[in-house]
Ligand binder design. Structure first.
Ligand SMILES: Nc1ncnc2c1ncn2[C@@H]1O[C@H](COP(=O)(O)OP(=O)(O)O)[C@@H](O)[C@H]1O
Ligand SMILES: [Mg+2]
Length: 260
């Protein structure tokens, strides 16, 4: 962990309602450079809704977001990407029928002039650039010319992460990155998370697999019914305590405090 003083990202008093239901309720959270934060809570606690507010998918009904100390308006997903907030959802948003390097450049393809006139896709360039980013992250895939659908779940996850890193992610959010993976692949994705944070990219990771979160996260933020109910330094808590906080058999930190 680097500079602990100034958060890279801060959300203050974020509230998001769907009709009469308050999915995220007055939520505060800070993420510091190079930090991995585990965002935990039972199904329906509001985790995905909160990260969708941060990544511009939903508009908050109230509250503010600060990036590097400055208030930012994230009106849509493109605005989040421009700031450098990359989000990897469970479905990964990869094109099954395109190869690895085309997926890394998906929607941002590189063109070159052909015979000085017509613009064509610069496959050579995209292939070489993709190779560089995969090497940097020590990711192995059989061939960058292989279609995504021929890859394993872990390799796909790695391609999605590479894409975010190539496009200069300043901040990565991963919603259930290991849910659909085998044990060996889970370990590889977690190694990748550690590597990214060691390169200074802070990460919010949502996962139901507590041992995964305990193995990568520096800090844990626990939500219940839309609210942040506790925060823990990973090294100073236990899975038992965290489960108690998630399900509500242990009281949250703010339960008996008014207006916290
Ligand atoms: N698009 C939506 N429309 C209506 N209700 C929603 C929508 N998305 C989520 N919710 C509700 O908001 C609450 C929080 O959901 P969600 O953020 O997906 O929780 P989590 O990711 O922690 O499982 C749930 O009660 C869920 O049913
Ligand atoms: Mg969710």
């Amino acid at each position: 962990m680097v500079d602990k003083k100034e958060p890279l990202l801060e959300v203050k008093r974020i509230t998001k309602k769907f009709g009469g239901l308050t999915a995220v309720d007055n939520m505060d959270m800070q993420i510091f450079p190079g930090e991995v934060v585990g965002l935990l809570g039972d199904n329906g606690a509001g985790k995905s809704t909160l990260i969708k507010v941060i990544s511009g998918v939903y508009h908050a009904d109230a509250g503010e977001i600060f990036f590097k100390g400055k208030p930012v308006r994230i009106g849509n997903p493109m605005e989040a990407l421009k700031i450098g907030i990359e989000t990897i959802y469970q479905d990964l948003a990869l094109a099954e029928n395109l190869n690895v390097y085309s997926n890394i450049f998906l929607g941002r393809e590189m063109l070159k002039k052909f015979l000085g006139l017509i613009k064509v896709l610069d496959h050579e360039y995209m292939l070489n650039e993709s190779k560089k980013v995969l090497d940097q992250l020590e990711i192995e895939v059989p061939s960058l010319r292989n279609k995504i659908r021929t890859l394993s779940g872990g390799q796909r996850q790695a391609v999605a992460i590479s894409r975010s890193i190539y496009w200069d992610a300043k901040f990565l959010i991963m919603d259930e990155p290991t849910a659909a993976l085998g044990v060996v692949e889970q370990k590889k994705v977690l190694d990748l998370v550690r590597k990214l944070s060691s390169q200074g990219v802070p990460i919010i990771i949502i996962s139901h697999q507590l041992h995964d979160v305990f193995s990568v996260a520096d800090r844990l933020v626990i939500m219940r019914r839309g609210k942040k109910i506790a925060e823990r330094i990973t090294a100073k808590t236990t899975p038992d305590e965290v489960v108690g906080l998630i399900v509500g058999t242990l009281p949250g930190d703010y339960d008996n405090i008014n207006n916290n």
